[in-house]
Design a protein around this ligand. Structure first.
Ligand SMILES: *Cc1c(COP(=O)(O)O)cnc(C)c1O
Length: 361
């Protein structure tokens, strides 16, 4: 099986661990002897209760989520959170601070601006979002209902290295493309949310980790399905949750635990990213678009400086079994997303391929 599979560098939906896919295949027709697939069972059945509770327990264990946080499994992608957050949280001053660090932060800004007063506290737009801007304590509003940050910028390949110092204002962090890749002190955040399809499972599940005291502050006109309190009170079973996606996420979390958890995974991620950045920094053909400390471990954009050569590289890499290396349509060039499930050997082989390509061109 393994030699039929290519190396998939897609930014999302992205590579899943082969062990997880195999296990899902083995259990497809008959889950745990119950005679049906997880896809076919009631979300209110005893068997499914074990799956969803198990997924939550594993996520809590892996991320060491404190008891004063709820874990919600929602739908609508990370994008729906851009609207749910202001609806549920921007009800004090009605002011939302946002750090503009890329496309996803901009989307969050635009949604917040529909429902609240959205305020950009810092921006890296001047240099195509290739760095994380400084955020001195003085840049934050005193009475903001929350500060929104995009912790890892999937498209531009930047990553926060410090948690902004905004005093008592709760920080809401979009960790869609970095969750489970590094240890994070959950207690420093008001809300952490992530779409599953980058580093946790298939598309369709969105994880929201929210401090309990932030629940129940929604606007009176918030539709029921968009209220955090409704989903929290019903343990993510107010309506039918994305049942199969949650099941696959549980398998991914079991795989992560067997690998030694997030700390062990982060050591592998550091090695993978170092090998890749070293290759880019030593190359006279390729270069990384992000420099220094803000470089992401998960998403690595790079260019040759020549669009034709970029195209040639992408197509030759594709032919050699390294897929989805084309950069985001808004940036061009290339991007390698090397999430937890990308095997170390996949990165080393790509590096070898790049060195050979450079020699031959
Ligand atoms: C992919 C991504 C999103 C959008 O996720 P959807 O699930 O497609 O809504 C938002 N934020 C970040 C950081 C992402 O990487």
């Amino acid at each position: 099986m393994s030699n039929e599979r290519i190396y998939n560098f897609s930014a999302g939906p992205s590579v899943l661990p082969e062990e997880v896919l195999k296990r899902a295949a083995d259990e497809m027709m008959n889950f745990g002897g119950c005679g049906m697939s997880v896809m076919e069972m009631s979300h209110r059945s005893k068997v499914y209760d074990g799956i969803i509770k198990g997924a939550e327990a594993l996520l809590r264990e892996m991320m060491q989520i404190p008891d004063n946080y709820e874990v919600l499994f929602l739908q609508g992608g990370a994008s729906t959170q851009f609207a749910m957050l202001p609806m549920n949280l921007a009800t004090g001053s009605g002011l939302v601070d946002i750090a503009l660090t890329g496309v996803w932060a901009k989307r969050a800004y635009e949604e917040a601006a529909l429902l609240a007063k959205a305020n950009i506290v810092a921006s890296s737009k001047d240099k195509t979002f290739s760095y994380i801007p400084e955020m001195p304590a003085s840049c934050f509003s005193k009475d903001a209902d929350y500060l929104h940050i995009c912790w890892n910028n999937t498209i531009y390949g930047t990553h926060f290295t410090e948690i902004p110092d905004c005093g008592t204002t709760p920080i809401v962090a979009d960790m869609s493309s970095s969750i489970l890749s590094e240890e994070v002190d959950v207690s420093k955040f008001g809300v952490i949310f992530a779409g599953a399809q980058k580093n946790m499972g298939p598309a369709g599940v969105t994880v929201v980790i929210i401090r309990k005291d932030l629940i129940g502050r929604h606007r009176a006109d918030t539709p029921t399905m968009l209220r955090y309190d409704i989903h929290a009170e019903n343990a993510s079973l107010y309506n039918t949750p994305p049942t199969y996606g949650i099941y696959v996420m549980k398998l991914v979390l079991e795989w992560l635990r067997a690998k030694g958890g997030i700390k062990a995974m982060n050591e592998i991620n550091q090695r993978k990213a170092k090998a890749f950045y070293d290759c880019l920094d030593e190359s006279t053909m390729f270069r990384a678009t992000v420099q220094g400390k803000d470089r992401s471990l998960m998403n690595i954009p790079f260019v040759t400086g020549d669009e034709e050569l970029d195209k040639k590289f992408v197509s030759e890499a594709e032919a050699a079994g390294f897929k989805n290396l084309k950069g985001h349509r808004s940036v061009g060039g290339m991007r390698a997303s090397i999430y937890n499930a990308m095997p170390e050997e996949g990165v080393y082989k790509l590096v070898e391929f790049m060195k050979a390509f450079e020699k031959n061109h």
